[in-house]
Design a protein around this ligand. Sequence first.
Ligand code: BEZ
Length: 253
Amino acid sequence: MTSATARQQTWSATSYDKHARFVSDLAGAVVEWLAPRAGERILDLGCGDGALTEKLAATGAEVVGIDASEDLLGRARSRGLNVHHADGHALTFRSEFDAVFSNAALHWMTEPDKVIAGVARALKSPGRFVGEFGGHGNVAAIVTAMRVTAQRRGGNEALAGPWFFPSPEVYADLLAAHGFDVRRIGNFPRPTPLKTGMVEWLKLFRKPFFEQYGDAQEEVLAEVEDLLRPVLCDARGNWTADYVRLRFEAVKA
Ligand code: BEZ
């Protein structure tokens, strides 16, 4: 969770639990792709509050989690998990994992060459890298609404979308450049219901963009919400985020 702009993002485990539980709840398919086995040693890259790490560990695998947020790691530790504070761009593990797994974290790491190089070092041979994160076009309407608002009001438009959302072609090439054999990879839309609404999503996931407006934050949040209502809110007031996921499985020979 680093990069010039993404680095400013901070997390509250309590807010995450309340407004973003869908992140781990919707990860069943990528866990199936991983197919963890008892006795395997697995690195959960960007483990967050450990909700999925716990599920992986329940299969009998020995799971180590890393994340950049101390608050989320605190929640993971309270689940009894083996987790550490680390930057995904600078992994220091050497040939010790059967698999590296990542859900909804790689888009926060905006220097993917460094991340993939670290994953390759961390894996045994053979070893698998399985993950899911934001793909090309992810949250496009949401980012556009923030950009438009920044253009109208002034402010740092780049704070609207600091993430790495590659197409499958781009990510497959990156994996291959680091010696991975890409077994399967694809992008797919996953419209995601936001049970607690758009404003809570914006406050949780794009805090630095709104913080730049100081006392006018609530007003700016309302402006972005108004722009999005016609496209992401139904007639009953239910909000859906325009998520696109990229899922992949790659093997280090
Ligand atoms: C995602 O999981 O796709 C995501 C999370 C936070 C911000 C943007 C996208």
